[in-house]
Write a protein that binds this ligand. Structure first.
Ligand SMILES: Nc1nc2c(c(=O)[nH]1)N[C@@H](CN(C=O)c1ccc(C(=O)N[C@@H](CCC(=O)O)C(=O)O)cc1)CN2
Ligand SMILES: NCC(=O)N[C@@H]1O[C@H](COP(=O)([O-])[O-])[C@@H](O)[C@H]1O
Length: 200
């Protein structure tokens, strides 16, 4: 039985596409059984549909609008995902901070792709923050990591880390393109590594 993964997105889904392509050519030792988005407009939903992968959209707004909490949302989402009993959840541009209540449904089974080095620019907008730090002369490189997800944002144990140089001639767009290129490779390598690690 193939390893099953559920990918969670919030936007363009270029990293999801890297996983879809790797699963299609059998590079990836896993099957994507569902794509979840917290944004209805996420283009990654189109990518999933074109690949014949089921999708689920659940927005925080629909819970907040009826007086429910973030934790209510997280628990409802966790229960829907748990029905498919995935081996691994991959956060690929998932821009929602998950509660402990959600994470406890999937112990040691959630990994996140983050465009920074461990402890460097935790949180959202990491690429922009790295570029600004470079322009201030504070750093000469940034990076990409895939890490285990714990309640503390971006503080989970790294699974893979790759350093990415920042060039004097770089615009923000140049740096973003270099980082995304690394991400698309690293996210596939991280899933492969995860399942090799749990196999023993
Ligand atoms: N408990 C955890 N949840 C999440 C983690 C994690 O490590 N632990 N990783 C993030 C991904 N992420 C950075 O890699 C990240 C995403 C979003 C945010 C954030 O500030 N989100 C805001 C909303 C922002 C928006 O909607 O544009 C929020 O949730 O209030 C920080 C870090 C995924 N979740
Ligand atoms: N903190 C999480 C975070 O910043 N994630 C980042 O969102 C982008 C999603 O791109 P995509 O939708 O094209 O895959 C990626 O750069 C990913 O590292």
């Amino acid at each position: 039985m193939s390893n099953s993964i559920i990918v969670l997105i919030s936007g363009n889904g270029s990293n999801l596409q890297a996983l879809i392509d790797a699963a299609k050519d059998s590079t990836l030792n896993a099957t994507i059984t569902l794509v979840v988005s917290n944004k209805k407009s996420a283009y990654g939903l189109v990518r999933a549909a074109e690949a014949g992968i089921p999708t689920l959209v659940l927005t925080l707004k629909e819970y907040i609008d009826i007086g429910k909490s973030r934790v209510d949302y997280d628990i409802a989402l966790a229960k829907k995902i748990k029905e498919l009993n995935p081996d691994l959840l991959v956060l690929a541009g998932w821009m929602h901070i998950l509660s402990k209540e959600f994470i406890d449904y999937f112990p040691e089974q959630i990994i996140n792709l983050h465009p920074a080095l461990p402890g460097q620019f935790d949180g959202a907008h990491a690429i922009e923050r790295a570029y600004e730090a470079f322009k201030r002369g504070e750093i000469t490189e940034t990076g990409v990591m895939v890490h285990k997800v714990i309640p503390e944002v971006d503080k989970g144990e790294p699974l893979l880390v790759e350093r990415v140089p920042i060039l004097e001639s770089d615009t923000l767009e140049d740096l973003e393109a270099r980082i995304h290129s690394v991400e698309h490779r690293l996210i596939v390598q991280a899933v492969i590594k995860f399942f090799k690690l749990v196999a023993f």
